[in-house]
Design a protein around this ligand. Structure first.
Ligand code: APR
Length: 186
């Protein structure tokens, strides 16, 4: 683990199940209805219990790139920030919308004064975003966002395979002024 001096934020990549993390907020890669689905969305709803769906029903959906907050209910995480990634189409707009997911989620987290937040690899499953391109967007957008703000927050990228962790590790090690720390949990 390397800790950079004067850094108030940390960015970490781990491999594991995001529903098990005891952090202020985990991020859900949801769909526009916010009424659940498969992948990490399904896992979060299963772990959070039925109250999560009840709360999501009151949110009236979510546009791609936007982010909305609920409590975590039966999850170890206190809150869930639901965001909707772009369905990958190979268009320039894909990267803009994916970056919006990270920016809008982090904006919400700072508004709520969260000190820890965990992201899955948004859009990299059902929505088909190539992991390498998505990881670059996730890490650079998050690093740029946090560098511009004087905040104390731990950001954890939770990957669901060692191969995905390797890809994130590559970007976390690049000279972007972020702490890099790697933990193999799976
Ligand atoms: N913890 C961490 N990561 C997970 C978990 C988990 N428990 N389960 C799946 N993942 C990973 C996947 O391996 C993938 O790398 O999350 C990443 C995102 O994949 P999806 O969950 O398929 O999300 P996305 O590609 O954004 O597609 C969203 O899928 O589940 C539906 O309702 C959801 O319609 C929406 C769409």
């Amino acid at each position: 683990m390397s800790v950079l001096k004067n850094q108030k934020y940390t960015m970490t990549a781990v491999c594991g199940d995001i529903t098990r993390l005891e952090v202020d907020a985990i991020v859900n890669a949801a769909n526009k209805t916010l009424l659940g689905g498969g992948g990490v969305d399904g896992a979060i709803h299963r772990a959070a219990g039925p109250q999560l769906l009840e709360a999501c029903r009151k949110l009236n959906g979510c546009e791609t790139g936007q982010a909305k907050l609920t409590r975590g209910y039966d999850l170890p995480a206190k809150y869930v920030i639901h965001t909707v990634g772009p369905v990958y189409r190979g268009r320039p707009d894909d990267a803009v919308l994916l970056a919006d997911c990270y920016r809008n989620t982090l904006t919400l987290a700072l508004e709520k004064k969260f000190s820890s937040i965990a992201f899955p690899a948004i859009s990299c499953g059902v929505y088909g975003y190539p992991m390498d391109a998505a990881a670059r967007i996730a890490v650079t957008t998050t690093a740029d966002f946090l560098k511009q703000r004087d905040v104390l927050i731990d950001v954890i990228f939770v990957l669901f395979s060692p191969a995905a962790l390797d890809i994130y590790e590559k970007f976390l090690q690049s000279p972007m002024g972020v702490k890099n720390y790697r933990e193999k949990l799976c």
